[in-house]
Write a protein that binds this ligand. Sequence first.
Ligand code: COA
Length: 259
Amino acid sequence: MYENVTTRVHGAVMTITIDRPKVLNALNGQTIEELGQAFAEAKKNDAVRCVILTGGGDKAFVAGADINELSKMTPISGKFVSEQGQNVFLQIERFPKPVIAAINGFALGGGCELALACHIRIASDKAQLGLPEVSLGILPGYGGTQRMVRLLGKGKAFELVCVGDRVGAAEAERIGLVNRVVPADQLIATVEEMAKKIATRSPVALRAAIEAINSGSDMPLEEGQVLESTLFGLLCATEDMKEGMAAFLEKRPPNFTGK
Ligand code: COA
């Protein structure tokens, strides 16, 4: 169905793999488009409750936007390229089911920006992350300047964007760029275990929580709290809420339907 992306549904978890290992999974326009389509497919499929995003081969998550394409950009096409990436990455950040990046190698430029758009980042100990765009005469154009400062603060964002050096997995974990580092051979098992656990949680509660964190983080605290209490109230009308509470009181695992 896709040329540069594969999707696999196992139980309630969809794994989306960016699969152009010969160019370290570099993102050309077609790959970004296919990525958007794969996420649209995951959104429509009610059986899917969590998404894992990773890179094909054993060297890279994504080594950036495709420099062959970037080198031909004009001001007009450059704006389109940036907007296309921004739109798909925003679709991922606002995805109503949790998205975990399994960072299995280089996550550079657009690859680092893609990881930043995911909700949770787990890295292999072989991963290297960075935003080398200024060494190519451009800046991170897929939301990277905006998400890096929100995740790490101005000091680290300036350093990563302006120096352009790569950081290893341990340093990425230390500064909060990734949530956790695991040995390379345990990466997929670790992420699958986390995804399976998420898949047992209430889909409507997850959706509301993602919305509260995403929208609330750009609001003043008091407005964010209004959003939070409104979503909290809405969840009280769901079957999942009744099921979750009943299951606890009856000392059994809940069986959420997402209604
Ligand atoms: N766009 C297009 N092709 C890319 C690419 C990218 N972002 N990143 C890697 N490739 C290609 C290389 O050109 C090479 O192709 P070739 O075999 O036809 O020569 C192939 O992938 C393997 O990469 P190579 O550079 O030989 O691997 P390496 O292990 O020596 O180095 C990197 C790995 C990631 C350090 C290096 O490929 C690199 O710096 N890539 C660009 C990273 C970047 O600047 N990204 C930001 C773009 S905005």
